[in-house]
Design a protein around this ligand. Structure first.
Ligand SMILES: C[S@@+](CC[C@H](N)C(=O)[O-])C[C@H]1O[C@@H](n2cnc3c(N)ncnc32)[C@H](O)[C@@H]1O
Length: 272
């Protein structure tokens, strides 16, 4: 029997969850769109070959492609790529769709003039490796614009779960400084900014559903990856657990009867 590493198992799970969410992603991912637009403000006006790492449904790739001669839109999740291919309105011939992993880019050295990635790299199990891959494929004088979820994201949810049990229900996010240092260690010049985004939800089910609808409901564990408790909520115990979670979250964080969820994002503008 083949032995699959924990990292590979996690990756398979990430790809499966995002593939499953391809049809619901665009209607649920408003904050991701805001973040991508903020990241795009750092883009150069024109470039020759661009790479969108973690293109998802392709809605950003389409915009990126208007500023370059060729765009490679890459994602780990086959389902996301299929959706992107079928739903790209202009079927822009300058976009090449590619399945691949940010931790091991399937591209030759010094081939990308502009590299973009929004809300993806926090899924990497190895930030140093990912930055070394990014630096490797960038041409001299090129830019990379990276928006990454970092430390402080989902803090209300994490705190509320910690009040319920000792299991891990929310992924660890590396700090913005950690990502910045990782990029610098790979020879990149980095300008970093951080920004906080908050989404508001009527109740805990809707809050957890906002995560599940975009496919981000994989909790990476050192042994086995599991879905968030929301996806296991069919049994009575979990319904009760959710009620406790809701009560704590409401009491501690609700404002105007709405539950906040924080996305802490670092924007790295890297040049080589
Ligand atoms: C939150 S979505 C962001 C999609 C798009 N960039 C946007 O802003 O709408 C994250 C995407 O990253 C992809 N992804 C996760 N890990 C990845 C990896 N190691 N390499 C490439 N893509 C990955 C997922 O499949 C998913 O499509």
């Amino acid at each position: 029997m083949a032995i699959t590493s924990i990292a590979s198992q996690n990756k398979i799970r990430i790809a499966q969850q995002f593939s499953r969410a391809a049809n619901t992603y665009n209607s649920a991912a408003d904050v991701q769109l805001d973040i991508a637009f903020d990241a795009m403000a750092f883009l150069p006006s024109h470039y020759k070959t661009g790479l969108d790492i973690g293109c998802g449904t392709g809605r950003i790739s389409q915009k990126l492609s208007t500023r370059c001669d060729n765009l490679i839109a890459m994602d780990l999740a086959f389902g996301m790529l299929e959706y992107a291919k079928q739903n790209t309105v202009l079927a822009d011939p300058s976009i090449s769709w590619l399945q691949g992993d940010a931790d091991s880019l399937p591209l030759a050295d010094n081939t990308v003039d502009m590299l973009f990635s929004s809300m993806v790299l926090q899924w990497s199990d190895n930030p140093l490796k990912v930055m070394s891959e990014i630096s490797r494929v960038m041409t001299s004088g090129s830019n990379a614009i990276l928006a990454i979820m970092c430390d402080g994201s989902f803090n209300q949810l994490n705190d509320s779960w910690l009040n319920i049990d000792s299991q891990r229900h929310v992924n660890n996010f590396a700090s913005a400084q950690f990502w910045c240092d990782a990029a610098i260690s790979q020879g990149l010049h980095v300008n970093m900014q951080e920004k906080q985004y908050v989404t508001w939800h009527q109740d805990i089910r809707m809050l957890l559903s906002s995560i599940k609808s975009i496919g981000a409901n994989v909790v990476l564990k050192s042994s086995e990856p599991t879905d968030t408790a929301f996806s296991q909520s069919k049994n009575t115990f979990n319904r009760r657990t959710l009620q406790h979670l809701e009560t704590y979250y409401q009491q501690k964080y609700a404002e105007n009867m709405q539950l906040p969820l924080t996305y802490q994002v670092c924007f790295l503008h890297c040049s080589k």
